[in-house]
Design a protein around this ligand. Structure first.
Ligand SMILES: Nc1nc2c(ncn2[C@@H]2O[C@H](COP(=O)(O)OP(=O)(O)OP(=O)(O)O)[C@@H](O)[C@H]2O)c(=O)[nH]1
Ligand SMILES: [Mg+2]
Length: 219
């Protein structure tokens, strides 16, 4: 991995889970293979999954913590606060974010404070709308991609909106003047049953989240 040693003394990879037992072992194995030779830790924040995700995570992760279900934003922040390295990578647990891209993401922290891995095609209507509005404001084409590398100091200490898809972390970093960059990637096929809800429910929830993010950005 050709990341300058000054920036990367180690990487804390944080994932949040809700019923991801079938994916967590493979996710962790692929992260470890990608980061072998580089100091790293893997932190799983589980929102009270009913399928035994936490037990599986405890076997493979460096740290696996369970808590009440509060959504991805709070989960990622909760995990980031436990991180021991100065670089925090956040990644979905559903294998739609290829762990093999972590080095390319982290490399860009040479230039930026926060780097987003944006999908080349954003699937949902509500996500495309968000990317054209709040996404434009913060400068990323995939506003709700939580496959990101953060310098630890860019992570918000206090949340304001109660938004649950990770958008607020991006907005607060931008408001605090941090430089945000992106890489783009071709994601694998999406699974048929996303944990955040079916088409109508997910689109509605995402649109509400986008309004919250817009207001947080403006006020
Ligand atoms: N902490 C926490 N994580 C969640 C919750 N809901 C989903 N997640 C996790 O967030 C990640 C993304 O969830 P998905 O349901 O795949 O949502 P998505 O990636 O926006 O949707 P798709 O693109 O259709 O996969 C996965 O790692 C989930 O396990 C939740 O309520 N709390
Ligand atoms: Mg997903």
């Amino acid at each position: 991995m050709s990341v300058s040693a000054g920036i990367v003394q180690g990487i804390s990879v944080v994932t949040t889970t809700w019923n991801e037992r079938e994916n967590i072992e493979e996710l962790i194995r692929r992260i470890r293979t990608t980061l072998q030779g580089m100091p790293h830790e893997i932190i799983v924040v589980d929102d009270s999954s009913e399928d035994g995700t936490i037990e599986a995570a405890k076997r493979f992760a460096d740290l696996a913590v369970g808590k009440n279900r509060e959504g991805q934003t709070k989960g990622l922040l909760f995990g980031a606060k436990l991180a021991k390295f100065p670089v925090v990578v956040t990644i979905d647990a559903d294998l739609e974010n290829s762990p093999e891209l972590i080095p390319s993401l982290v490399e860009k922290l040479d230039v930026f404070d926060l780097v987003v891995a944006s999908r080349r095609v954003v699937p949902r209507f509500s996500e495309r709308l968000a990317s054209k509005t709040v996404g434009k404001m913060v400068g990323v084409s995939d506003f709700y991609s939580n496959f990101r590398a953060y310098k630890k100091e860019t992570l918000a200490h206090n949340l304001r909106g109660g938004e649950t898809f990770g958008g607020e972390l991006l907005v607060i970093a931008r408001k605090n003047g941090f430089k945000i960059g992106e890489i783009t990637y071709e994601p694998p096929h999406r699974r048929s049953k996303p944990r955040i809800g079916g088409t109508i429910r997910a689109n509605l929830r995402i649109m509400v989240a986008s309004w919250k993010c817009f207001f947080i950005y403006v006020f």
